[in-house]
Design a binder for this molecule. Sequence first.
Ligand code: ACM
Length: 522
Amino acid sequence: MFPSRPEQALVPLPRKLSVRGGHFRLDAGTRLRVTPGAGPAAALLRTLLAPATGLALPAAEDGAFVLALDPALTGLGEEGYGLTVSRQGVLLRAGRPAGLLRGVQTVRQLLPYEALSAEPVRGVAWELPAVEITDLPRHPWRGSLLDVARHFQPVSYLRRYVDLLALHKMNVLHLHLTDDQGWRMPVPAWPRLTEVGGWRAESMIGPEGDRFDGVPHGGSYTTAELRQLVAYAAERGVTVLPEINVPGHVRAALAAYPELGNDPARRLGVWTRWGVCENVLGTGDHVLEFVRAVLDEVLDVFPSPHVHIGGDECPTTEWERSPAARARAARKGLTGPRALHSWFLARTAGHVTRAGRRPVVWAEDGLALPPEVTVMSWRDPAHAAVAARRGHPVVQVDHRSTYLDYARGTGPEEPPAQVGPPVDLRAVYGVDLAPPDAGPGAAARVLGAQAQVWTEFVRTPAHIEYLAFPRLCALAERVWDGTSGWPDFAARLTGHTARLDALGIPHATPPTQHRTPATTPR
Ligand code: ACM
């Protein structure tokens, strides 16, 4: 049967789900009873259901649809909820506001899939099947990185991406805001970061070689847009995790401010190639001051408990050649210029920690990091195990199961993708959430997992969504609870596909490789 009944196609699958007979119908007479603290969840429910259903869902003391925040429900944790739908009414309750927001997404999925349409839908009975659900996630970190540095996306698209994450009960949007090829976040004291660093002259065609497209590309957000995005995401229970990548992946910043590099006399453009750039930040006090100033702006705009400071792919050749960097390493008693990588990150992490936030760093061989740093293990599963053993919180981002810029499969219809092993749906579903050799207690340090949408070869929202869906559904499933097994998930996904279609997600249509003109923001 296709599409299957909504209650048989929930993604992610709730912890406990019992289906009863009958249904409750939402119509123009439906009223919400909203207890203190449940207002934001009621507002979200209305916002999400209005476009397709036209239902106003006004509040009333005797409303049959109850949204209740009950702090005594401690067993449901930060994000759990209970949902009872009977013929008489609906009771959605949670101990914490985020739990109600997750429950709202379940209500949305329990309705006919047409409820997800952006356009008004007529002739559909908005019935909720009678169910009893008790649900909570196994992992607190369920996210997706979106790389807006390689290819800029307007903030309107980021809002849509947040909505797609929230539908799947994902709770982190990791915004990769800076890289060699573009700097997207304004820092008032350093205006050239976006004025100069926000634009590149052209982009390399393909992963290697010397062919370029001749098309300028760029864009940046305003501070107001970023603040509004943070608020929009918070209304949906999604945290925006900002990433400012240092001390490598900084060529856009060096193009804006050459004095931040290892050779202040050298003029560099924003990088037009892909790959790992040799140019990295210098190690002088003025560079550390710059990083602190940027982070202060980040801390002000993004209330996220975590702040990502990058740390990946930092060639040390410039430091090895630089008398100033070598002298810095010697003064600090380091074994040599290579050790400046850990030193730089420890300084940067310390600034985040002193501000009461938690720094996040990409794992690399040989990095020694303060224990309070959260490690994203992308390159090698051994990094997750080592980090967990050393006491670091860990987020699983293994490229073989979570890099959605890798091809979805080997078929001829797949658009050109980042070089790497194909990551099919099954590979994403197989994401390893507990490194087997991490040792006793260490598995508990794995906070969760996230999918990465790097965008060297991805210019358009359609291409982002083709890469993200349905693979993000598999990640969402596994990181929420994910114990029901592949056949059960695959069957539910078949029904869930109707929702992706209703949302206009081009999950089955490979994007055309047309050139887009230079982006002007917004
Ligand atoms: C990475 O893919 N360089 C984190």
